[in-house]
Design a protein around this ligand. Structure first.
Ligand SMILES: [Zn+2]
Ligand SMILES: [Zn+2]
Length: 78
């Protein structure tokens, strides 16, 4: 039976997540977030949506991008 890469749980309903050339096995979406979701470059929280990409960094929201000095990023239109 497959085993989750994050917690090591041996489980018959594992999820395979592929991104680029890496594939990981998880026993739950929680573990998939822990194992593969990027972290905000400002506050460190896990990004489970699209996030905000500015230059070479990824942030959870426009506020964090701005706090890190990335201008011109908006969460909403006025
Ligand atoms: Zn797990
Ligand atoms: Zn953030």
């Amino acid at each position: 039976m497959p085993k989750g890469d994050v917690c090591g749980n041996v489980y018959d309903k594992t999820i395979l997540v592929a991104q680029g050339d890496r594939t990981m096995t998880f026993d739950s979406f929680e573990c998939a977030i822990e194992g593969m979701a990027p972290r905000c470059a400002h506050c460190g929280c896990t990004i489970i949506g699209h996030g905000v990409e500015a230059e070479d960094r990824i942030y959870c929201c426009a506020h964090c991008a701005k706090e890190s000095g990335r201008a011109g990023v908006k969460d909403r239109t006025p």
